[in-house]
Design a protein around this ligand. Structure first.
Ligand code: MLC
Ligand code: AMP
Length: 491
């Protein structure tokens, strides 16, 4: 199996981070050293789970690739999560070691102390020596990424080295990644969009990644205007934010940025539905026809509009290389005709191995070897279109998948809340915005501002409701379940 870090172009710049840049040879050397440090006296970490709380940059790549090369299972933690969210990731996977750097190390130390987990810094493992590293077969477990779903707690999605290689090569082939490519990386590195589609594809191809700790639109636009990048990948929310940002600029300044985007070889949108109006506006402003693709933590990317050929607004294209796709109707039959909708099911090397320590959830999500995505799609004139999801309890906000149940469970701890229903409301910027419909306890009072304050530190910021509606009761069906579609109409 090819190393996920390109070895053909040792002198190419792999990473640019603030003022510093690092070649492939330097990154390779550092990850080998880090892996050796992790191994200490052992020959193979034998799939020990090692979590890391490290922002995007050389240290992140060192730790991710170092864990992989030492035979461990890498668990990237969200640098913006709350302590209880980290606790779930660590406890549910039996993590014994956390790697972090300041200021994050200080933030996670008390939790790790309480869980008897050792926390060390990146430099603690860089001993200046390189030992023999284990040979890893494709079926070895490599990574666990947490994904929210129809259960209250996020599930750990386990991918193997083989899965990751297949997810990367599908995109490298389809979108013709080259060693000369340069791409900015501002997406979070605890999800597959940032980890696989941007970082890993670039490092596989020998390309250059410009790391930005957060989405800084001014800095990004400056670089784009200077023609720094050949590729650009983002969630639809970022295209909306960019359009607003550029439209608010003086024409004399925005022109160069539009030119910069026009000069790139590809602009990709994914992780959530790209509204047709965003596709059209982007094309009018930059001349770029956004390439929309569809993916999921469990499968990497599965469907993509063509690199060469017609990219259709509102559609996600065709299966990527090595990915089998079918649609299954409500009766459980394979949809044979165009225009008939069904659940999207996926098969192939890109599909994950299992949910960590959750054989029931794993078994439920596969039917005859096909992974059931829960997304509803339809094929029209040879292009797939995503019609929605089978569960109303999953919300996609700014590209993040959120569980309504997880948010409801947290809100129920609020002293004034008797009942609550959380749902996603259509929103121009976020795609869906988190909304809470609340029934107060007798004498209880609540405003949106007070609810947001209370949620601070209990839920990651992007899960906190943006809308609040107080009601005397919640509509329920005969089974006592809240009828959320009825609530949506109230907004
Ligand atoms: C930030 N905020 C959000 C939010 N992101 N609210 C709802 N949904 C989100 N996604 C809130 C903050 O809490 C804050 O609220 C305010 O917005 C400003 O925060 P910010 O951090 O300054 O925002 P910004 O940097 O602009 O972040 C927006 C974003 C970010 C779009 C860059 O959300 C993001 O990186 N999203 C991408 C997520 C992703 O990578 N998903 C891929 C999953 S994998 P307040 O109240 O404090 O002001 C997948 C598979 C696939 O889906 O197909 O790829
Ligand atoms: P996640 O679990 O965070 O990986 O999110 C995966 C989900 O994002 C999918 O199951 C879809 O619901 C959604 N998604 C990803 N890409 C698209 C897209 N292009 N259009 C619509 N939904 C998408």
């Amino acid at each position: 199996m090819q190393s996920p870090l390109n070895t053909e172009f040792p002198n190419n710049i792999a990473l640019v981070e603030a003022e510093a840049s690092f070649t492939y040879a330097e990154v390779e050397q550092r990850t080998a050293e880090f892996a050796s440090g992790l191994l200490e006296q052992s020959v193979d970490l034998a799939e020990a789970r090692i979590a890391f709380l490290v922002p995007a940059g050389l240290d992140y790549v060192t730790v991710l690739h170092g864990i992989w090369r030492a035979g461990g299972v890498a668990i990237p933690l969200n640098v913006a999560a709350t302590e209880s969210e980290w606790a779930h990731c660590l406890s549910s996977t039996g993590v014994t070691r956390v790697v972090s750097i300041e200021p994050y190390r200080t933030q996670i130390q008390p939790l790790c102390d309480s869980l008897s987990i050792e926390v060390l810094g990146v430099s603690d493992y860089l001993m200046g020596t390189i030992s023999a590293l284990p040979e890893l077969t494709p079926e070895r477990k490599a990574m666990i990424i947490f994904t929210s779903g129809t259960t209250s707690k996020p599930k750990g999605v386990v991918t193997t080295h083989g899965n990751i290689a297949a997810q990367i090569t599908a995109l490298v082939d389809a979108w013709e990644w080259q060693a000369t490519d340069v791409i900015p990386l501002f997406l979070p590195l605890h999800h597959v969009h940032g980890i696989i589609a941007v970082l890993s594809c670039a490092l596989w191809a020998g390309a250059t990644v410009h790391v930005m700790p957060t989405l800084a639109l001014d800095e990004l636009c400056l670089q784009v205007a200077n023609d720094t990048y050949s590729l650009f990948m983002a969630v639809p929310t970022i295209y909306v934010k960019l359009i607003d940002h550029l439209e608010a600029m003086e024409a004399s300044e925005s022109e160069a940025v539009f030119e910069g985007f026009a000069n790139m070889r590809l602009n990709v949108s994914g992780s959530a539905a790209c509204p047709v109006v965003v596709f059209d506006t982007w094309q009018q402003l930059t001349g770029q026809a956004l390439l929309e693709r569809y993916g999921m933590t469990e499968i990497g990317m599965a469907l993509s509009n063509p690199y060469e050929g017609d990219r259709r607004a509102g559609y996600v294209g065709q299966p990527l290389p090595g990915v089998d796709v079918c649609l299954i109707d409500e009766a459980g039959n394979v949809v044979q005709e165009e225009g008939v909708s069904g659940e999207i099911r996926i098969r192939g090397q890109t599909v994950f191995l299992e949910y960590w320590d959750n054989p029931e959830a794993t078994a439920k999500s596969f039917v005859e070897g096909w992974f059931c995505t829960g997304d509803i799609g339809v094929l029209e004139a040879g292009y797939y279109r995503i019609m929605g999801r089978s569960s109303i309890d999953i919300i996609k906000s700014g590209g993040y998948k959120l569980s309504a149940l997880e948010i409801e469970n947290k809100l129920l701890d609020h002293p004034a809340i008797a009942e609550v229903a959380v749902l996603g409301i259509e929103d121009r910027t976020w795609g869906e915005a988190v909304a809470a419909v609340v029934v107060l306890k007798r004498g209880g009072e609540l405003t949106l501002a007070a609810l947001k304050d209370w949620c601070d530190g209990k839920l990651s910021a992007y899960k906190i409701p943006k809308k609040l509606l107080l009601q005397d009761s919640l509509p329920r069906n005969a089974m006592g379940k809240v009828t959320k579609p009825a609530l949506k109409t109230l907004f």
